[in-house]
Design a protein around this ligand. Sequence first.
Ligand code: ATP
Ligand code: MG
Length: 461
Amino acid sequence: MSNQLIHPLLQEIGSLFARNGKQVFLVGGAVRDMLLRRPCSDWDLATDARPEEVNAIFRGTRQRVNIIPTGIKHGTVTVIYRDASIEITTFRTESAYRDGRHPEEVRFSSSIEEDLSRRDFTMNALALGLPGGRLVDPFGGEADMRNRIIRCVRNPAERFAEDGLRALRAVRFAAQLGFEVEAATLAAIGGALDTTAKVSAERIRDELDKIISSPKPSAAFLLMEKTGLLPLILPELALCRGVEQKGYHRFDVLEHSLLACDYAARKKYPRETALAALFHDIGKVKTRKLGGDGVWTFYQHERESGVLAGDILFRLRYPGAVIEKTVHLIEEHMFHYTEDWTDAAVRRFIVRTGEEHLQDLYALRFCDTFGMAGVEPSPELLFPLARRVEKVLQKGRSLSVKDLAVSGKDLIAAGMKPGKHMGIILNELLETVLDDPEQNTREKLLEIADNLRKRYGSISS
Ligand code: ATP
Ligand code: MG
């Protein structure tokens, strides 16, 4: 590769190693992304220098440099040099994976070719010599990239059996790059599901996140279905295949969900919206009933979908806030606005949804609508509702208990006993005010509260 394309800092490091009689290469994803002209997030270097030698080489420069022994056991040090953070790993060869993720022992090697041979796919087994830019490509990675093919280095069955994460990486790259998975590589995934079953939830989550933020998540999910990864990792979604919903949908629930997720990815909606798009209908499998008129119904499927999505995201160790938001969006996705909604109905919709979630819920509706026919929804789809919501919000009327003209303290001052009825009464006051904002004055609310107290008082005493 022309060395004009190589970052000056990498060239500088290359010259530094050369002066010390050592080899250094840019390796892995950075080379792949450079050849594909994609932005690359991190630089990984490989060298024949041992970690202590890497240390000495940088110390000798008299530049300010910070060396962190991130993975000394694996021969990796992180070098913070002129504001860049670079992982430098001594050439390795690996053997004997017992847990399907981590090699039993790491042995250093003296050749870049050997180091490349332990990598997963040919496109990830490329190295660029520094500073000159000589491409080392022992497995035909450059040609595979030109043909847009993901292919295992050497024997695919062995590669997948060594490390179960690789199967997920293969389908993830297919979605990210729009590449095909080569036939023998694809065929080997199904034979290594036992190994993939051992991959930690966190690693699966990270791959799922990369899939749903790729240009076309459905490409990965369809490959997962074909290879058996989908029933293994997201059985709830796999079961949506063949769940027909004729009437307003052209597709079965799986196809619909994948299209909805593709739309979220295309629009770069936030992670929770994309997850909600993917899982918003999975409850249809259990709630589906065939009516006498031959039409399927799915009553309350949004609740069942919310429960299942919560289980999935918990199992994959998503942060609590992500789970909560995703489940909330799913539970609220079935709103049906009509012009005859009263202002009170609009206020109730806002309160249920939460003002801060409105945009994401609208976005989810766009995903859902796209998923019904695979056709771009009109940008005006939600204008009528959004306009009403804006109007109500502009009036600045109370939308939560804390906006009421009275507080719990006021009720206590008026002689009410603190306790569980207090919360019930405050919520009833809010209901009243949502229906009729004019009631939100201190006198009115105290009067209503007093009546409620008498009612509850007579129940409890
Ligand atoms: P991305 O950074 O987009 O996740 P990447 O290919 O750069 O993709 P990294 O995790 O940064 O992935 O790994 C860097 C390189 O290490 C890869 O390009 C590949 O050569 C090698 N590698 C990573 N994970 C594996 C694995 N599970 N098996 C074999 N080699 C791997
Ligand atoms: Mg990378």
